[in-house]
Ligand binder design. Structure first.
Ligand SMILES: NC(=O)c1ccc[n+]([C@@H]2O[C@H](COP(=O)([O-])OP(=O)(O)OC[C@H]3O[C@@H](n4cnc5c(N)ncnc54)[C@H](OP(=O)(O)O)[C@@H]3O)[C@@H](O)[C@H]2O)c1
Length: 344
């Protein structure tokens, strides 16, 4: 098949591009040229195209027609509207990467695909986001934008059952500049004692390579509908994530840090911030349970999905982290970490 990937570099796009090539497809890989993550490939089936979606999608028709279009960078709904209007020629299969953040109520445990999605508070912002491709994107309207992007695609092509929307939880892999999962690997590899959240706190991290396999399965088997994209609810915890970090760090020949899981109350007393300072951790009082408890019943039933073990996910992430020459600062200052550890 000939597949157009809109956002073919970075964390998910690179994994999807490489998986598509591995499975014998021809790929037109579109990106702005900011993240230089595609390896040097002497592959005649790959066309690497630098193009900004804010400039519209008509220029991409020249390299079509496409059997499938994967919208990785679907965060400005106006881009999605234009892409569907211009590129839906010859009945391609569409796959869009949405997010579990699209759910209206982020405090729900186990959000299901049929649950309501977020809406814009401000109609002026909504109009700009949905019609102006040059609108300045803001994370303030990330959730309603993801929901609107889904709606614009589904209204246009789902009537002909030609679209799959995947709603991933936290993604990780090589090129994970969110530095959430990589932070834990970097911290464990630094040694000493690492301050961690309660071991039984739920986590959901999907491997970008698993996500890429889901995208290709959706295209090849023509699987329509909307699906949470996550490891089985309850299958990962902070404890299993940290244990897997320790194992892959040790397997890489590095003496890992000792992990100390602190009680939630103690972390709160010391103003340690979940998610930002201790990444991937969502305590119940943060009212964001949806992000770590996505229901995967439908994904398992329809795709037969089973996430690869965390150690398999984390080993290549560690190799990438080790090659990062200018890593982000640790979000938890080492002096503060020592201070809280002393109180444990
Ligand atoms: N990361 C997560 O944990 C997470 C979780 C849930 C859902 N998601 C969703 O999953 C998708 C992929 O996320 P990611 O973190 O893998 O993305 P990413 O690493 O930031 O990569 C985004 C890709 O889109 C391209 N892109 C961005 N703006 C573009 C434009 N105007 N024109 C052309 N290409 C453009 C980027 O190319 P350049 O670098 O050249 O701009 C890059 O190839 C997104 O839709 C995101 O909302 C992400």
């Amino acid at each position: 098949m000939r597949i157009l990937i809109l956002g073919a570099t970075g964390l998910s796009g690179t994994a999807i591009t490489l998986a598509a090539l591995r499975r014998g497809h021809a790929v037109v890989a579109v990106h702005r040229g900011r993240s230089d993550t595609l390896p040097e490939l002497d592959d005649p089936r790959l066309l690497d195209l630098v193009h900004d979606r804010a400039q519209g999608h008509a220029a991409l028709l020249a390299n079509g027609p496409y059997d499938a279009i994967v919208d990785v960078s679907a965060r400005v709904p106006a881009w999605v509207a234009d892409a569907v209007r211009v590129l839906d020629v010859g009945s391609p299969w569409w796959v869009q990467l949405s997010s579990v953040s699209a759910y209206a109520d982020q405090n729900v445990r186990g959000p299901r695909e049929s649950d309501p999605v977020a809406t814009f508070d401000d109609p002026v912002v909504e109009l700009a986001a949905c019609t102006d491709p040059h609108v300045e994107f803001s994370y303030d309207w990330y959730a309603p934008a993801k929901a609107a992007a889904e709606r614009l695609l589904l209204e246009a092509v789902q009537r002909q059952s030609r679209a799959t929307v995947l709603r991933p939880v936290l993604i990780t892999g090589a090129h994970d500049w969110t530095w959430r999962t990589p932070r834990w690997l970097a911290r464990v590899a630094r040694g000493g004692t690492v301050l961690a959240p309660p071991a039984d706190a739920p986590v959901q991290v999907i491997d970008a390579q698993d996500l890429a396999e889901l995208v290709l399965q959706a295209i090849e088997e023509r699987i329509p509908g909307v699906y949470n994209a996550a490891p089985a609810r309850g299958s990962q915890t902070i404890g299993s994530l940290l244990a897997a970090c320790v194992q892959v760090v040790r397997d890489a020949g590095i003496e890992p840090a000792t992990v100390v899981h602190a009680p939630r109350e103690l972390l709160a007393e010391h103003d340690v911030e979940p998610w930002s300072q201790l990444p991937a951790w969502i305590p119940p009082d943060m009212e964001c349970d949806a992000m770590v408890t996505a229901d995967t019943t439908l994904l398992e039933e329809v795709f037969g999905f089973e996430a690869r073990p965390l150690t398999e996910t984390l080993a290549p992430v560690l190799r990438w982290v080790q090659g990062v020459t200018d890593p982000p600062e640790d979000p938890l200052d080492p002096a503060r970490e020592r201070e809280v550890l002393a109180a444990c």
